[in-house]
Write a protein that binds this ligand. Structure first.
Ligand code: UDP
Ligand code: MG
Length: 310
């Protein structure tokens, strides 16, 4: 049997050699041949050169790579890697050893123990200790919000470290949307998934590619891709406010008839106007975000562009 390792790499020249070592250390425990599918996501350091060298130096190994024409993001890289993989089982993992290769034998056992009970082994980390507190706070808030709003479950702390059967990989590949959110897609396609937990591991070398804003955009993207409930919320708010202002109007008319209106109430008017204006803009903004997604989706843009491959 063949197990494909799909590894997105963006400026990972320092981490890659460590990754190869760590995999070499566990491969004896996996009863399959390995195929390496690296995706160089437009790295600006020596990652591509390193990948070329890996292929050249180890002709006995089944190593392939594609290199993108620019940085398309991890989601696109994962997609390209899954397309490239030929294995009966495919595992997606980061190059920085934050997805510990030492878990691979256990994942492999679970999937291939002959009972066919699971199609996928997914992993989640159980703590966020090494993270800045503010980042953990927003991460938690994100998972709470999205799971309230969406019927597709997005597991808190889930990593993109998964081993999947060929059948599941085909299902994920069939979903050719441009605005990709893997955590959602993996959950949406279903199949029997076994969850493994592990302690968070520090990055082995190099730096994280995620800034706070990049993560924020990723979170918004996830919510937009997996629920339309924000649209309902803005309509609901609109109806509520119209109702309230209608009642207030009746009240004011009656009061003015009974007692007159001695004070010109412009401050309250301004407050109400700006409040309503804000809400209208918010609702338009939410609608706009969805339209933007529709726009990008209808363009049927390529998910990635390959510059070099082997
Ligand atoms: N990555 C990528 N393209 C990007 C950003 C990241 O292919 O635009 C890869 C990166 O090389 C690594 C994985 O995605 O293998 C996870 O990235 P990182 O370790 O920076 O994220 P973190 O672990 O900090 O969430
Ligand atoms: Mg990492």
């Amino acid at each position: 049997m063949l197990l494909s390792l799909v590894v997105p790499c963006y400026n990972e020249e320092q981490a890659l050699p460590l990754f190869m070592e760590a995999v070499a250390a566990v491969r004896g425990k996996i009863d399959a041949s390995l195929e390496f599918c690296f995706v160089d996501d437009g790295s600006t350091d020596g990652t591509l050169a390193l990948l070329r060298e890996l292929c050249r130096k180890h002709p006995e190994e089944d190593i392939h790579y594609v290199s993108f024409s620019r940085n398309f993001g991890k989601e696109a890289a994962l997609y390209a890697g899954l397309e490239m993989a030929k294995g009966d089982y495919v595992v997606t993992m980061d190059a920085d050893l934050q997805d510990p290769p030492s878990l691979l034998p256990e994942m492999w056992e679970i999937l291939t123990d002959g009972t066919q009970a699971y199609d996928c082994v997914a992993t989640r980390r159980t703590d966020r200790r090494s993270e800045p507190p503010i980042r953990s706070f927003f991460a938690r808030a994100f998972y709470r919000v999205i799971n309230r709003l969406s019927s597709t479950e997005i597991v808190d702390g889930a990593r993109d470290f998964r081993m999947m059967s060929r059948q599941m990989v085909e299902a994920v590949l069939a979903d050719r949307e441009y605005n990709r959110f893997s955590k959602g897609i993996f959950s949406w396609v279903g199949f029997h998934t076994k969850w493994l937990s592990y302690q968070n591991v520090e990055r082995s070398a190099g730096a994280s590619k995620w800034s706070f804003w990049k993560l924020f955009r990723y979170a918004v993207q996830g919510i937009l891709a997996y629920t339309t409930i924000p649209l309902y919320i803005s309509s609901f708010l609109g109806i509520m406010l119209s109702g309230i202002s209608f009642l207030a109007l009746c009240f004011i008319i009656v009061r003015a008839h009974l007692w007159g209106d001695p004070v010109a109430g412009w401050p309250s008017l301004v407050c109400i106007l700006t409040f309503l204006g804000g809400l209208i803009l918010l609702s338009l903004g939410i609608i706009g975000l969805y339209i933007a997604k529709i726009y990008l989706e209808t363009k049927k843009r390529q998910i990635y562009i390959v510059r070099e491959q082997q």
